[in-house]
Structure formats: structure tokens, C-alpha cells
Design a protein around this ligand. Structure first.
Ligand SMILES: NC(=O)c1ccc[n+]([C@@H]2O[C@H](COP(=O)([O-])OP(=O)(O)OC[C@H]3O[C@@H](n4cnc5c(N)ncnc54)[C@H](O)[C@@H]3O)[C@@H](O)[C@H]2O)c1
Ligand SMILES: [Zn+2]
Ligand SMILES: [Zn+2]
Length: 335
């Protein structure tokens, strides 16, 4: 079978590999689709994702497919089931796992990061991280359950209620997911700041955004109870703090560089009683994400701009494809 193997820093090869062997509590998944995100950019460049990837390794932590085999001890899944995998596997034993914060696990491993993921025809996962895809959700949409779940985790770390006015900074894939998600969680007004006039208009026309700000030309007023920073630059992190009203919550979702800082008026944090909240990966969020997809509360298909194959992944990672909103690899025909 075919796999796209990361053999070293910036070294990706399409290779013929052996079908993986299956442990008793695992399923073998015939991959349908695998999404690509900033984590894959980092791993390709030799930087850590949620954990370190040690080559040779098959990436593909965002994925969907159909079960081809089940291990001897598996009872909840059968051959032919349509599934998606939460990539993160927690140890269950460290002080973070034992205090209800598994995402902070000291021994995190992950499908598509520390063990082979969806950039191959067949991959394995332990059933504890495998989820059935609802019948009315396509395997293409299900392949982005993981990034949706990161946004769901962020939203669950906030206290949301309908009266709030929210601002999302960043009109990438994640920012546009947040626009829809905040409304699904009951927030009555969601505004969006971004760089693409076309995406801003589309979010007004189709995703329920009320007001948009074209950056960097337009100024954001200090008007928001909830601000989601989904860019990861110091300037947008500063803007996120400055856009708040008293009692506001700021979710720092964007990933900055490891040594990056931004400046913040700490008097403002005191006087406005701000909450500045970080957000890391996607614990306990897959059920919510799949329910939102099944209930048609999230349009993800129109946000997927590029469908790639194993041979074009490197073109994307090296920037040859130009502006990419969201890329997904079609690994096999959708079942
Ligand atoms: N916390 C988590 O668990 C988690 C999970 C997934 C992604 N992320 C991070 O979230 C961020 C967004 O992810 P993405 O996939 O949408 O990335 P992306 O690169 O597709 O989107 C970033 C967007 O920000 C826009 N932008 C740039 N400068 C801006 C500015 N000054 N004002 C407003 N918008 C601006 C860009 O035009 C782009 O559309 C990234 O930093 C990513 O690493 C975090
Ligand atoms: Zn991802
Ligand atoms: Zn742990």
C-alpha cells in the first residue's frame, strides 16, 4: 500500500509500505481523507507539533475513513463503520490526566504525530480515540473534526451566554469555524476581523457574521465581551486585549512562535477584570463537533479550498500552491 512518509526534516516521500499490524484493542482504518494544518507545517520543518514527531513517520492527524479490520478485543466497531479519529492519546496516569486536564498530559502521544496517521491507505488507532461518523455527515467533512474540536475546546474554556458580543480576529479556516461555533453556542452577535475582503463578505452573507473589519485599514472598537485571537501574531494579540469591554474574556487560540511575546497594558487587565485564556488541542470535544456537523450548525465543506493527493502535499507545505484556506488529501474514494 501507498504512504506519504516523513523521512526527515523537509523530506517527504511517497513510498510503498507494509499494511500495519493490529493490536487487540485497535482498528485498521481504510483512509478516506486527511486534512493538513499548521501542525503539519511545523512537523515537516522539524519542529514539534502537540508532541515531537520522530521520522520515519506518516503524518495525518486529521482524518476519516472506513474500518477494514478490528482487533480481537474490539466490540464497539465493525468492518464497514465510517469513523474519524481523535489523534491525541493521553496516558491516564500523570497528575494532569488525574485532575481532569488530559490535554496537558505529560506523556501525550498522537496519531499522525508520534504514531502513523492518515497519509497512507490504511492506518491503525486504539478504539478509545475512534468515533463513529453520523450517517448524514460526509467523510470529507468528518476529516476536519479534529480542528473543529480544537475550537470547541477553546469555546468550552469560556463562559458564553447570549447577551455577549464576540469578535473573532483572523479569517483563516479556524477563525471562520469560530464565527459559526460561537453562534451555535448561543452568542447573539459575532463579528470578524480579517485580511480578505472576500472572506469577510462571505462570512456576513453565509455564516451570520454581523460586522466585519478589514485589517489593517479598519480600527476595531473596544466593544467586545468575548474576543477570539486566531492569528497568532503579537499585533493581533495586542488588538485582542484592546478590543475588550469590562469583564471580557480573551481566548488566545492562535499559535505564536515559541519565543514570541506581546505587550499588554496590565492596568487594563486589572481595571477591566479581564480573563486571558490559553487553549491547547481538543480534549473531550469530538462528540460535540460531530453533533454540530450532523445538525448542520457548521459549514466546513465550503471552507475546504484545496483537495490534494500524496504527490501535491509537499507543494502545499513549501508554499507553491499560493493562498490555501484549508487543504485536505483525498486518500481513497469516499465509501
Ligand atoms: N489552540 C489550538 O489548539 C489551535 C488549533 C488549530 C490552530 N491553531 C492556530 O490558530 C491560528 C489560526 O489557524 P488557521 O488554520 O485559521 O490559520 P491560517 O493561517 O489559515 O489563518 C490565519 C488568518 O489570519 C489572517 N490574518 C493575518 N494577519 C491578520 C490581522 N492583522 N488581522 C486579522 N487577520 C489576520 C490571515 O489572512 C489568515 O487568513 C493559527 O495560529 C493556528 O496555529 C490553534
Ligand atoms: Zn490539525
Ligand atoms: Zn497523562
Amino acid at each position: 500500500m501507498e504512504a506519504l512518509v516523513l523521512n526527515g526534516t523537509k523530506k517527504l516521500d511517497v513510498q510503498d509500505v507494509k499494511e500495519p499490524s493490529l493490536a487487540n484493542d485497535e482498528v485498521l482504518i481504510h483512509t478516506a481523507y486527511a486534512g493538513i494544518c499548521g501542525t503539519d507545517h511545523a512537523l515537516y520543518a522539524g519542529l514539534p507539533g502537540s508532541a515531537d514527531a520522530v521520522p520515519p513517520i506518516v503524518l495525518g492527524h486529521e482524518n476519516s475513513g472506513v474500518i477494514a479490520k478490528v482487533g480481537a478485543a474490539v466490540t464497539d466497531f465493525k468492518v464497514g463503520d465510517r469513523v474519524t479519529v481523535d489523534p491525541n492519546i493521553y496516558c491516564g496516569k500523570c497528575r494532569y490526566c488525574r485532575t481532569g486536564r488530559p490535554e496537558l498530559c505529560d506523556h501525550l502521544s498522537a496519531v499522525g504525530v508520534t504514531r502513523d496517521g492518515g497519509f497512507e491507505d490504511y492506518f491503525t488507532a486504539p478504539t478509545e480515540v475512534v468515533y463513529h461518523v453520523p450517517d448524514n455527515v460526509s467523510l470529507k467533512a468528518a476529516a476536519v473534526t479534529e480542528p473543529i474540536s480544537c475550537a470547541v475546546h477553546g469555546v468550552k474554556l469560556l463562559k458564553l451566554t447570549p447577551y455577549q458580543k464576540a469578535l473573532v480576529i483572523g479569517d483563516g479556516f479556524m477563525g471562520q469555524i469560530f464565527v459559526q461555533l460561537l453562534q451555535a453556542y448561543g452568542v447573539h452577535q459575532v463579528d470578524l476581523a480579517g485580511r480578505s475582503a472576500e472572506k469577510l463578505q462571505n462570512n456576513k452573507d453565509n455564516f451570520g457574521a454581523t460586522r466585519t473589519f478589514k485589517m489593517p485599514e479598519e480600527k476595531i472598537p473596544a466593544d467586545y465581551d468575548v474576543v477570539i485571537e486566531a492569528v497568532g501574531l503579537p499585533e493581533t494579540q495586542e488588538q485582542a486585549i484592546e478590543a475588550t469591554v469590562k469583564g471580557a474574556q480573551v481566548l488566545m487560540f492562535g499559535v505564536g512562535k515559541p519565543n514570541q511575546h506581546f505587550s499588554m497594558n496590565t492596568y487594563e487587565v486589572f481595571q477591566k477584570q479581564l480573563t486571558v485564556q490559553g487553549s491547547f488541542i481538543n480534549p473531550n470535544a469530538f462528540e460535540d463537533s460531530l453533533a454540530l456537523l450532523a445538525a448542520d450548525k457548521l459549514d466546513v465543506l465550503s471552507l475546504i479550498s484545496h483537495e490534494l493527493d500524496f504527490n501535491t502535499v509537499e507543494d502545499y507545505l513549501t508554499g507553491k500552491l499560493g493562498t490555501v484556506s484549508k487543504a485536505i488529501v483525498k486518500v481513497s474514494e469516499e465509501a
